[in-house]
Design a protein around this ligand. Structure first.
Ligand code: A5P
Length: 229
């Protein structure tokens, strides 16, 4: 049993006719896109969908899922996305795939953000996974130096597989801040990082997940919900 796939399929079962849907990014979210494509082959569902990355856009198109552009969207009913880490309060680290800015923009306008993960992503405290931080490409080295000075942790720039600097869909670079678990002062950390000039967004998602679906390799699916605050 593939734990990511069963969590994704469960999430897609909540999609109903007429909904406005956000499609996440990453290997787990990709299973949700394929599962939605399969549902659309057998059912007539009128949906308005937006994608959180160019990769998801392409995948959605391959599966025959029509996409809307942003200027037509103000709210979304339901979004389905993955995460790199989830703590007991549904706080997340996202951005391992580098799409965190668009993912956060989508989560912000979503009534029910469903996060789908395998059980290895559930942690008692966030921080074992590096925290991705999106920075402007202009003068990124000085932004990196400020982050290292302020927080006293390594913040290496992310590279793509071909050895060039990893460029996000929005033309930014990503620094992976290695705090080591647990992240300090979680409540204020995001604001402190975003106060650094040159930082565009962080991969900390607080108060943005309303429904967690956890797949396990035994085939078990666990679900937890938290109302939007
Ligand atoms: C993409 O930017 C990320 O936020 C992903 O949602 C996250 O990295 C999880 O990816 P996987 O589903 O591939 O583990």
């Amino acid at each position: 049993v593939n734990p990511k796939q069963i969590a994704a399929e469960k999430a897609v079962s909540y999609i109903q006719d007429g909904m406005r849907i956000g499609l996440g990014t990453g290997s787990t979210a990709a299973y949700a896109v394929s599962a939605l494509g399969r549902r659309l082959e057998g059912e007539t569902l009128r949906l308005s969908c937006v994608a959180t990355s160019m990769a998801t856009e392409q995948l959605a198109q391959q599966h025959g899922i029509a996409l809307e552009t942003w200027d037509r969207i103000d709210r979304l009913d339901l979004s389905i996305d993955g995460a790199d880490e989830v703590d007991p309060q549904f706080r997340l680290i996202k951005g391992g795939g580098g799409a965190l800015l668009r993912e956060k923009l989508v989560a912000m306008v979503t009534d029910r953000e469903i996060i789908i993960v395998d059980d290895s992503k559930i942690v008692p405290a966030l921080g074992r996974h590096p925290l991705p931080v999106v920075v402007t490409p202009y003068a990124w080295q000085s932004t990196q130096a400020r982050l290292i000075t302020h927080f006293g942790v390594p913040a290496p720039v992310r590279y793509a597989v071909d050895g060039s600097l990893f460029l996000s869909d929005d033309g930014c670079y990503v620094l992976d801040m290695a705090f080591g678990a647990p992240l300090p002062d979680l409540e204020t950390l995001e604001a402190r990082i975003k106060s650094i000039v040159g930082v565009v967004e962080t991969g900390l998602f607080i108060g943005l997940c309303q429904h967690l679906i956890i797949g396990s390799s035994t085939g078990e699916i666990r679900e937890q919900q938290m109302p939007r605050q």
